[in-house]
Design a protein around this ligand. Structure first.
Ligand SMILES: *Cc1c(COP(=O)(O)O)cnc(C)c1O
Length: 431
């Protein structure tokens, strides 16, 4: 390619020839590489007629295998398969004993579940700013800290790590817990360690939009045996079954002493079987997105010195699953998105350009409960949400354009993305 030629190219939105004649392949990294291997594993479970993880006529222990596999791969003591990351966050909060009368710090830019899971546990989210990496800004934590705050949820947003050293230091000095919501960024590293294993508890998602998938699914990770016991109990009706004890060689109190009212967030064997195969594809998937992501960033920096890419606290740990460009205004972000889409390069403004507290269920503090509302707790500092509450986050999310980088892109697709962004940025006269 010769980027200097693209300068004179007429934009597709003005009737020029688009950089690509066809849209890029859809960005479902795990689903795109599903095949016979996943089918064979699922078939084994089905033909054994044993789709439940704890017993059956010929149990295959797929979920157990998956848990062992993840625990070795990311170097964490305990892993629990669950039905989703939302379930995983709830299980994590319950394991930490967080509920009515507690507050949890949540980044103002994240998927709605990071905040609503807190509310569903009877606690209340308080929102901190993100910085230009679009992750929780450690320097804003003290602004929202008070004696009711019991935990921080850190979210590596679409493939860029969170500054965990600063967050852990703040949490330790204030005696509060850290949950890593790694739903979007399975496999992401921070300073050589897997995110999800740095805080007290981590959570992965295996829903269709995430890196690996079985349609639905999630995992809870921790190095703390007590938290693991409580997580297992909450996800399985308060029980800690003998199979779980031997699986992780834990000495657990009898149900007579340890049981409490739980729910059912157990992972099915069919999900587990599919994920065993998916997990084995993780490294290949990520080496592709990392290679593509690095190349795109490098060339964009060379071609477009004025284009602001999101910051990163650890470029080596990034997934490369998304390129994020921070434009000077929401109007420009919209114009950029429409112009780039006309070139057949997929891109988006995330979450409708809104911070998570602007979504109605959170903003209006509505729950499904009758006669009980977590927000009614007599906090010294009552919790209210208002527009303008986190001005930097509101500004950033409305003017950031994300371009998904699928693992299944060919080198020529990657060139199209570089050419498309370069053409549009120059074509709009912004360079
Ligand atoms: C998708 C997502 C979740 C929820 O994951 P599910 O498995 O669909 O429940 C939670 N947090 C973040 C940041 C997410 O992106």
């Amino acid at each position: 390619m010769n980027p200097s030629n693209s300068k004179t190219d007429k934009l597709a939105i003005d009737g020029g020839t688009p950089v690509r004649s066809q849209p890029l392949p859809s960005n479902f990294p795990g689903a795109n590489v599903m095949g016979e291997e996943e089918a064979r594993h699922a078939e084994k479970v089905i033909m054994a007629r044993s789709p439940f993880r704890f017993y059956g006529s010929d149990p295959q222990y797929a979920v157990q295998q998956l848990e062992t596999m993840i625990s070795k791969h990311v170097d964490v003591s305990y892993v629990l398969g669950v039905t989703s990351a939302t379930a995983g966050i709830i299980v994590a909060l319950k394991a930490l004993g967080i509920g009515y009368g507690d507050k949890v710090i949540v980044p103002s830019i994240t998927f709605i579940a990071s905040a609503t899971a807190v509310i569903c546990c009877g606690a209340v989210p308080v929102f901190a700013e993100v910085d230009e990496s679009l992750s929780l800004d450690p320097s804003d934590l003290s602004r929202v800290m008070d004696p009711n705050v019991k935990a921080i949820i850190a979210v590596p947003l679409l493939g860029t790590p969170v500054d965990m050293d600063s967050i852990m230091a703040f949490a330790e000095s204030n005696g509060i817990a850290v949950i890593e919501d790694v739903a979007q960024s399975c496999g992401i590293m921070y300073k050589g360690r897997h995110q999800g294993t740095i805080g007290d508890i981590g959570v992965f998602s295996f829903q269709m939009n995430k890196i690996l998938t079985a349609g639905e699914g999630g995992a809870v990770l921790t190095n703390n045996p007590k938290l693991f016991e409580r997580a297992v109990r909450y996800h399985d009706q308060g029980m800690f079954r003998p199979a779980m004890k031997s699986h992780f060689e834990l000495d657990i109190e009898s149900d007579e002493i340890g049981a409490f009212a739980g729910e059912n967030y157990r992972m099915s064997e069919i999900t587990g079987a599919v994920l065993i195969e998916q997990w084995q594809k993780l490294d290949t998937l990520l080496s592709n997105t990392r290679r593509h992501g690095k190349r795109i960033k490098q060339e964009l920096r060379a071609n477009l010195p004025n284009l602001k890419l999101r910051d990163s606290c650890d470029e080596e740990g990034e997934l490369g699953s998304h390129i994020a460009m921070i434009l000077p205004s929401p109007e420009r972000a919209k114009q950029f998105t429409q112009t780039l889409q006309a070139e057949n390069i997929q891109c988006m403004i995330l979450y409708q350009g809104l911070p998570v507290y602007r979504f109605p269920s959170i903003y209006y503090q509505r729950t499904a409960e009758k006669g009980f509302n977590p927000f009614d707790y007599p906090f010294d500092k009552p919790v209210k949400y208002e527009a303008g509450m986190c001005p930097r986050s509101e500004s950033l999310i409305a003017r950031t354009v994300f371009v998904p980088i699928s693992a299944s892109l060919k080198d020529s697709d990657v060139e199209d993305i570089i050419n498309g962004i370069t053409k549009v940025y120059r074509g709009l006269g912004w360079n």
